[in-house]
Design a binder for this molecule. Sequence first.
Ligand code: ATP
Length: 365
Amino acid sequence: MAQIKIQNVRKDFGTFNAVRSSTFTVEDGEFFMLLGPSGCGKTTTLRMMAGLELPTSGQIFIDGEEVGQRPASQRDIAFVFQMFALYPHLNVRRNISYPLHSQGMPRAEVKARVSEVARILDIEHILDRPVGGLSGGDRQRVALGRAIVREPKAFLMDEPLGALDAEFREHMAEELRALHDRMGATTVYVTHDQLEAMQMGDKIVVMNHGVVEQFGVPQQIYDWPATKFVAQFIGSPPMNFLEFEGTVGKGASEIRLGEAVIAVPQQLEGATGALTLGVRPEHIRLTPDAAYRGQVLASEYLGTTQIVTVETVNGQIKARIPSTVIVKPGETTGLEFDARTLTVFDSETKAALLSVANKGVHGHG
Ligand code: ATP
C-alpha cells in the first residue's frame, strides 16, 4: 500500500488560488479525512493526489517517489467518485471486472479477484444481476468493488456518501470503515461533515480557504484546535468564544471576565492584549453561585442533554448540560468552566496559544 506526502502544494485556476501551500502526510494504511466547508479546496487537493489536476507548484510523493506532474494513469490510485457511474447494460460481475478486462488480465485471475471482492463486500448473491434494479447501497458496493478489484495503492473518495439519506449514510460509513480495517488500504476521504470525519478518520486535515488549518488525530483536533476556525467548525454547537483583554502564560493563572476571575491553563504560550477564551458547551456547568453570571434565554431539549443559551457580558454562550437539570428562561445563573479544558486564542491572528506540551501535536502546514 502507500504513503502519500503533500509538500508545499499550491493550485491556481487562472488568477484564482484554490489551494495555498499545503503540507501533510497520509501514512500507509491510514483512513485520512480531508475536511472543510464548501469551496475550501479539498476536492482540488484530492484530485491533485489522483493526478486529475496537476499542482501549480509543490510536490506530491507516493511511497517516496515524486509523482506531482504525472497523469492519473501513471499513479496506481483508485478514485471513487460521489456519483457512482455504473455501466447499466452490464451485470454486477461485469461492472466489477471491467477494469481488469481492460488491463488484459487473464480470465481465471479476473474470476478469482471478482470472487474475493464479492466476498469482502458481501455481494456474492447479486453477482449475476443487472445493476439497474439494485438498491442504492448495493450500487455503492458494486462501485467500491470496481475500485477495490484493481488492488490500487490507495483509494481516494470524494464525498462518497453525499447523496445518501442520513440513516443509510451512517450504515455505509460503518461499512466503509470496516472494509478499510479488513483491507488496510490507504484511504483519503473528502467530506464537509465534521461528524463523519471524527467518526471515521484516523487523521483529519482541516482546510479553509485553500489553507491547511490543522492536521492530527480527531481527539487532538477536538481538544486542541490550532485556530478559531477549527474550534468553530468542529463540535456542535461550536466552541463559545469570549473576548477579553488580559495576560495568559508567563506565570498568569487567571483572567478577568467582567467582574469574575476565571482560572486558565498556566502552561500556555505567553501573550498580553486582545485575547479570546474558547469554551466548549459541554465543559460548562451551571451553578447558582459561580461569579461569572448570565441570564438564561432558552433551553433546547435533546434527550439526555439540553443546550442552554445564556446571555452574558461577553454575548450569548451555549452550555450542554444534563436534561435532568431544571433551568427556566429568565432566571440568572452562574457559569463555571473547567480550567483544564479551556483554550485561549490570539484575537488578531486567531491562532491558539498552545501549551508547550501540546505544540507538537499541531501539524500546521
Ligand atoms: P466542495 O465541497 O464544494 O466541492 P471543495 O472544498 O471540494 O468544495 P474545491 O472543489 O476544491 O472545493 O474548489 C476550491 C475552489 O476552487 C472553489 O472556489 C472552486 O470554485 C474553485 N475551482 C475548482 N475547480 C476549478 C476549475 N477547474 N476552474 C476554476 N476554479 C475551480
